[in-house]
Ligand binder design. Sequence first.
Ligand SMILES: [Zn+2]
Length: 322
Amino acid sequence: MLKIYTNSVFYKHETGVEHPERPARLDAALEGVERAGLTDSVIRDVDAHPDTTRIIEKVHTADYEREFRDAARGGSRYFHSMDNPISSSTFAAARTSVAEAIAAADDIWKKRDAPIGAPSGTKRAFLIARPPGHHAERAEAMGFCFFNTIACVAEWLREQPGIERVFVFDFDVHHGNGTQHLFEERDDVYYASIHRYPFYPGTGAASEIGSGRGRGFTKNIPLQGGEGDAAFLGATEDEIVRIIDDYQPNAILLSSGFDAHRRDPLGGMRVTEQAYGEITRRVLECADRWCDGRVLSLLEGGYDMEGLAASVAEHVSALHES
Ligand SMILES: [Zn+2]
């Protein structure tokens, strides 16, 4: 069963009419859900998860969190760089992204040991949230991102009994520098990314493979730009699937950015919406082998409204199947 989470506070993170990361993205993603016939799967405005603050403080520094909250409250227009416009509700929106993501993970993984014969419950969820998160570093906002939502979920999952290996697959067209840096010295959270390189944010070379104990638990698959479905799907089928099968994760998380879509104004790639459906299916096949089919997907980028709607429709259709 698939659940799709979203929250009205995500509309209140105002970035200005010119900014690509704007509230209309939420409507585009929800339009995709409607096209897939899954509107009944949408759950709105879940109450805050009790672990939210503690987990945010595990991923980010207390000083950073305070600075961010004060900047939003104090009427600042930008946080850390002009890439990151903020409004009075930006802190609440970023915090709620983390809360909803943890609530979704809680629903998927905490109830996994229900007695045989009990309803199987939620196995998959997709969170339609903004701001996105994968560029956010421990103490730095970057690339429209403030809190690293997927890193927060990975940390939360690692606290749950029986979840010793978490796999993060990031298929946003941009490299998830924040997520990589937060886990690159660890072997309990594997970060794998397909992205355009060299490109924003400048990280993500194939030579970046993790360090220390984490060496070999970071995988970067750079694409030059301009590639279409063959390269994108080929990288998933040839490399990501093998890596997941080698790692045998207890949980799989997706940083789902749809900005490699051919219509996207930022990505410079030629991927179709159908490829996003296929990528999702390949990951689900791995999830069936290693973690009872359980997958949580978080919206990252995607800046053409029609491209985003079409891609989300394919993504959630695939998540809903089987
Ligand atoms: Zn992106």
